[in-house]
Write a protein that binds this ligand. Structure first.
Ligand SMILES: C[S@@+](CC[C@H](N)C(=O)[O-])C[C@H]1O[C@@H](n2cnc3c(N)ncnc32)[C@H](O)[C@@H]1O
Length: 214
């Protein structure tokens, strides 16, 4: 695999400043972050996490679908923006991640609201016609374009499609040298070319796009 060029998206001092504005006392989240650090596992992190909670609250979300849930860190942030009877469908390749996620959710008191399904996300979504208020995309980047046509029909009008890693450490600004960067670039064209969506990419952490379905 070709190494991707690494451009600074947010200056480290700004990132630290932003994190310092809202330190989160939740011990479960903290443990998830320590685990990510120790294993170099790519979670969205607390700045994007806060954004996920806020967006769930902003659209009055009750049903959320996640593609690529890891051990549940992003879902945990979404859960904070849901009403008690809201639900999240998580999808994830790894049984080990799913097991960890269930433990974290149980300790955070949010287990009842989350269904965790193990397998290929693109196949698992077929079981869930929706409509969802939010769909969150965070699977292998080369699969983003293939996933796109499955997402819009499952999203309600006024719902949000949120996607992580849209700036991919800055690799997207150059012609793609690898499948992941090509996937993100093609997916970006699909988002911006869609008549059904209004999209913005926020240069937060590794780039998060927020697309509103009209
Ligand atoms: C970047 S991590 C997700 C982290 C999670 N969204 C968070 O921020 O806490 C991506 C996860 O998606 C899973 N994954 C990637 N491609 C997938 C696919 N096609 N189907 C199911 N899971 C996938 C990986 O196993 C990994 O755990």
């Amino acid at each position: 695999m070709t190494a991707r060029p690494s451009l600074e998206i947010v200056h480290p001092a700004i990132e630290e400043y932003l994190k310092g504005l809202a330190p989160d006392p939740d011990p479960v989240l903290k443990e998830m972050e320590v685990l990510a650090e120790s294993r170099s596992f790519p979670i969205v992190g607390p700045l994007v996490g806060r954004l996920l909670t806020l967006l769930a609250l902003a659209v009055g979300a009750r049903r959320i679908l996640e593609l690529g849930s890891g051990y549940g860190y992003s879902a945990y942030w979404f859960a904070r923006g849901l009403p008690p009877d809201g639900e999240i469908v998580c999808t994830e390749y790894s049984e080990e991640n799913a097991r960890r996620a269930r433990q974290f959710f149980a300790r955070g008191g949010i287990r009842q609201r989350i269904t965790f399904e193990v397998g290929e996300a693109l196949e698992l979504v077929e079981r869930h016609p929706g409509p969802f208020d939010i769909i969150f995309m965070d699977i292998d980047k080369e699969s983003y374009p293939e996933a796109f046509p499955k997402l819009l029909p499952r999203l309600r009008a006024g719902g949000l499609l949120i996607t992580d890693n849209m700036l991919w450490s800055g690799a997207v600004v150059r012609p793609a040298a690898d499948a992941a960067t090509r996937g993100i670039q093609a997916y970006t064209r699909l988002l911006y070319g869609s008549q059904e969506l209004s999209t913005v990419i926020l240069p937060l952490r590794d780039g998060v796009s927020v697309s509103l379905k009209r």
